[in-house]
Design a protein. Structure first.
Length: 140
């Protein structure tokens, strides 16, 4: 497993009439956090697409725990939970500055061909980067 923390401030347009973050924004937050985790291990998402592969979300689960408002500094703790066959799983914990849990989520993505949308194995350079990162983090 690989975990990465991504911090950001809630933007005003992300809030709704009630003054809280609208639920539709959580998918965007987690997508950014997911790609920052990959960038952190040396694999920007663009390199995956350049290899002819896309990663659509095929399952998404959220648990809303607490509301959050404009300008709050939030941290997403993203974990690459598993990669197996043509799928990859991530979990997320969104916390505010007080370390209070705001939201928990899980996504499942598939690797598919860029031109044909058929399931395919992940690019070898991604698997190698994940294995290297996991090995390096256990030997420290």
């Amino acid at each position: 497993m690989i975990t990465y923390e991504y911090k950001f401030r809630v933007a005003y347009p992300d809030t709704d009439k009630m003054g809280t973050v609208h639920h539709s924004n959580y998918a965007k937050y987690y997508e950014r956090a997911r790609w920052e985790l990959l960038r952190n291990i040396g694999i920007p998402y663009q390199t995956i697409e350049d290899a002819g592969i896309m990663c659509p979300v095929i399952s998404m689960k959220f648990k809303f725990v607490k509301t959050t408002k404009y300008d709050e500094l939030l941290t997403v703790k993203t974990t690459l939970k598993a990669i197996k066959g043509v799928r990859i799983w991530f979990t997320y914990r969104l916390q505010n500055e007080k370390d209070e849990l705001i939201n928990e989520a899980e996504t499942e993505l598939a690797f598919v061909g860029l031109n044909n949308w058929k399931p395919c194995v992940p690019p070898p350079f991604l698997v190698k980067a994940i294995e290297k990162y996991q090995h390096d983090s256990t030997t420290k």
